[in-house]
Design a protein around this ligand. Sequence first.
Ligand SMILES: Cc1cc2nc3c(=O)[nH]c(=O)nc-3n(C[C@H](O)[C@H](O)[C@H](O)COP(=O)(O)OP(=O)(O)OC[C@H]3O[C@@H](n4cnc5c(N)ncnc54)[C@H](O)[C@@H]3O)c2cc1C
Length: 389
Amino acid sequence: MAFFSSCPRIAVIGAGIIGLSAAYELAVRRGARVTIFDVRPPGRGASWAAAGMLAPAFEAAAEPGVHPQLFELCLASAALWPEFAGELAARSGVDVGFDRTPSLAAALDGGEAERLSRIAAVLSASGVAHTALAAADILRLEPAINPVVLGGLELPSDFRVHNRQTVTALLAALRATSKVTFVAGAAPLKSAGGKLSLEGHDAVLVAAGWETAVIKVEERGALFSLANWETALDDIDCHGGQMLSVAAGESAPMRVVRAGHVYLVPRGGQVVIGATVEPDRAIDAPEAEVIEALRLEGVRLCPGLADAPVAESWAGVRPGTPDQAPFIGETVMPGLFVAAGHYRNGILLAPVTARLLADLILDGKRGGLIEAFAPRRQFGGPMTLSSAH
Ligand SMILES: Cc1cc2nc3c(=O)[nH]c(=O)nc-3n(C[C@H](O)[C@H](O)[C@H](O)COP(=O)(O)OP(=O)(O)OC[C@H]3O[C@@H](n4cnc5c(N)ncnc54)[C@H](O)[C@@H]3O)c2cc1C
């Protein structure tokens, strides 16, 4: 049963890939009217800073404390990406750089070889295709990798998209429809008698990345942050990340390659080298010594990049939660929905997040994954942070 009797108007707060994908699903694919608010230029938060890997396999071997269904959510979203990318490119006229060439995970030492074996075992148990590669095989597939490599995995489940182009395409598709209005600035949310409202709107979706908890609400003339209403949004925290890109010469990798904490992503004539994970840091600028250390890690993985000039370096902030999985669903306040906390997988998880929310907001569909990722869920054991993206 639908929540609303006629064409509803939904407010989306935050124009990152999560808010924009939700707005796209709600307005372009399902015909709702949507207002998108952002306090900064749209699309320039974490979604611009990301590398664009669509990498579910790296959630296969869940660490203690990680949401037990995160891998399932990642696989569900990866399955939606081909259609999402194709439709978006066709509507916007923007090439989103969707590339299904399987990623490679390389083991440069024994510890990494063991970790890849664990991931391969979970992938086998889950029926997810992958191929174990001897050193000679991985070097044949990607000659740019360091010849000291011990072996690795080929991962057809893991591919890539140009995340900046995707954000650009989403903005173009949304601007082309009269169903969507962009507002530069904060949404004037009000609260009275325990109810939250935004004039002219039937529902509000907060999708402001790591800043979601601090969105402001006015009550009796004073401003409070959303976290004050026991929305559970105060569980959203920040994890800084720094990255760089270098010019892609002849000895650059042609596909996504990763080893341990470092990964290389070919993108638009450059190779992105990522990334640091810096808990509790909302960094807005890269630090020279951190970038140089990362560059050297990238060079260790693909030595041919040693002399490649640095094209760009930058920093971004991943929105985290205690179990590294997003909040997707309705908060304790009726009509206030959330899509935030996508941590290292927000690009990958954008299509499934948009679908689940549109099902919930427009059709009242609950159950399954939407219940599993509800904002007021219980968290398991202690979390350990491991490999980046
Ligand atoms: C270095 C790095 C590498 C990454 N690599 C990958 C990767 O390879 N693959 C992958 O899947 N994920 C990756 N991620 C994670 C991914 O980028 C994030 O999970 C995702 O971008 C989060 O999207 P978002 O829309 O929630 O947040 P954002 O993109 O940060 O957007 C939030 C928006 O909300 C706006 N906002 C904030 N406060 C308000 C307010 N009060 N009112 C209105 N608007 C507001 C902001 O201005 C911003 O535009 C990476 C992240 C980093 C930092």
